[in-house]
Design a protein around this ligand. Structure first.
Ligand code: TRP
Ligand code: SF4
Length: 329
C-alpha cells in the first residue's frame, strides 16, 4: 500500500519565528506516517505583495533552511518551491473555468483580508487575490493529498478545495480528486509577539528560530509584563503578562510556581525573564545549530530544492494527465 499523501505550504516570509515552531513540529511528526509535500508558496505571496518581490528568493532560501533545521527531512519529504512546478498554474486555470464566482466572493477570508490590508494601505482588489483559494485548491489536489495540516484560519479554503474536487469529479464523471480533510494543529500559533500583539516580522515583535542567546535575551528583556507592577515586591498579575504566557508554553512545569510567587510579589520580572530566556535558548539551541550547518552550504539547499522540484513535478504531471483525460482536452 502506498502511503497517504499530505501537502502543506507557507508563504516565504523569510526567517521563521518561534510562533512557527509548533506548525513545523507537527509537520515533522507527520513525516513518519505520510508521504509529505511541503512547499514555499511563493505565488501565494504575490497575491498580496505583487509590488514587493525583491526579497522573495532570499526569503525562500531562509525559510527552507528553517524547515530543514526544524527537522523536515528531504530524504523522506518533498521540499519544493511552488513556482517551480508550473502545473499548479495549469490546474488553477482549469479550476477557474468551472468555479462559480460567488464561491470566491463569499469566501470569508476574502473580505476580511481585503479590509485588513486596506488599513495597511495596500490595494488588493485584484483578480489574483480573488482567485487565491483556487490556487490553493490546485496546490492540494494536484498531489492527490488526503489531508492538509493547517491552522484554523485556513479552514474555509479547505472547504472550498473539497467543493472544487467534488465539482470536478461530478462534471467530468471521474474520480480524479480525493476530498482532502484538514488536520488541525493545536494552536500555540496563538503565541503573541513580545508586545502582546500577533507575532509578525512586520511588527518587529518576533523571536526568530535562528536567534542567538543574545538576541533571545534582547527580545525577552523587552517583553511586556504586568503594567501595574512598578516595584519588584508589588503583587503581580501573571494572567495579563506576556512573559507568563511564554512560561506556560515553554516552561510548563515551573509555570504554576512562577504564577504563585509573582502574585505574592516574591519574584521580580527581571529574574522571571532570565528564566524564560534560558528555557527558550534550550529549546532553540539544537535548531540553531543545525541551521548554522546548513547556512554555510547554499549548494545543499539548491540540490534539495532541485530534487524536490523533480519529485513534485513528476507527481503533479501524473495528476494532470488524468485531468486532461477526464476533460477530454
Ligand atoms: N494559504 C496558506 C497561507 O497563507 C499557504 C498555502 C498555500 C497553503 N497553498 C497551500 C497551505 C496549500 C496549505 C495547503 O498560510
Ligand atoms: Fe510577568 Fe513574571 Fe513579572 Fe509576573 S514576575 S509580571 S509573570 S514577568
Amino acid at each position: 500500500m502506498s502511503k497517504k499523501i499530505i501537502l502543506s505550504g507557507m508563504r516565504p516570509t523569510g526567517k521563521l519565528h518561534i510562533g512557527h515552531m509548533s506548525v513545523l513540529e507537527n509537520w515533522v511528526r507527520l513525516q513518519d506516517e505520510y508521504q509529505c509535500y511541503f512547499m514555499a508558496a511563493d505565488w501565494h505571496a504575490l497575491t498580496t505583495s505583487y509590488d514587493a518581490t525583491a526579497d522573495i528568493k532570499d526569503n525562500i532560501y531562509e525559510m527552507m533552511i528553517d524547515f530543514m533545521a526544524a527537522g523536515l527531512d528531504p530524504e523522506r519529504s518533498v521540499l519544493f518551491v511552488q513556482s517551480q512546478v508550473k502545473a499548479h498554474a495549469e490546474l488553477h486555470l482549469l479550476f477557474s473555468m468551472m468555479t462559480p464566482l460567488s464561491w470566491l466572493e463569499r469566501c470569508p477570508t476574502y473580505k476580511d483580508q481585503m479590509v485588513q490590508l486596506k488599513e495597511q494601505g495596500k490595494d488588493i482588489n485584484t483578480y489574483g487575490f480573488l482567485g487565491y483559494p483556487l490556487l490553493q485548491a490546485a496546490d492540494i489536489l494536484i498531489y492527490g493529498a488526503s489531508a492538509v495540516p493547517v491552522g484554523e484560519d485556513q479552514l474555509p479554503h479547505l472547504e472550498m478545495t473539497r467543493e472544487v474536487a467534488r465539482r470536478f469529479n461530478h462534471l467530468y464523471e471521474s474520480k480524479v480528486f480525493p476530498e482532502p480533510k484538514a488536520l488541525l494543529s493545536e494552536q500555540t500559533a496563538l503565541l503573541p509577539g513580545i508586545d502582546g500583539r500577533k507575532m509578525s516580522k512586520s511588527y518587529g515583535n518576533e523571536i526568530a528560530i535562528s536567534a542567538t542567546p543574545e538576541e533571545i535575551w534582547e527580545k525577552v528583556r523587552m517583553m511586556v509584563t504586568d503594567p501595574q507592577r512598578i516595584r519588584k515586591n508589588d503583587p503581580g498579575h501573571p494572567e495579563v503578562c506576556v512573559v507568563y504566557k511564554y512560561q506556560q508554553i515553554y516552561n510548563r512545569e515551573e509555570s504554576d510556581g512562577i504564577a504563585d510567587v509573582c502574585r505574592k510579589g516574591e519574584m521580580g520580572c527581571f529574574d522571571c525573564k532570565k528564566r524564560l530566556a534560558a528555557v527558550l535558548d534550550g529549546f532553540l539551541a539544537p535548531v540553531r545549530d543545525r541551521r548554522a550547518q546548513l547556512a554555510g552550504k547554499p549548494e545543499t539547499v539548491r540540490d534539495v530544492l532541485e530534487d524536490g522540484r523533480i519529485r513534485a513535478m513528476t507527481k503533479a504531471e501524473e495528476t494532470m494527465e488524468q485531468v486532461r483525460e477526464a476533460m477530454q482536452i
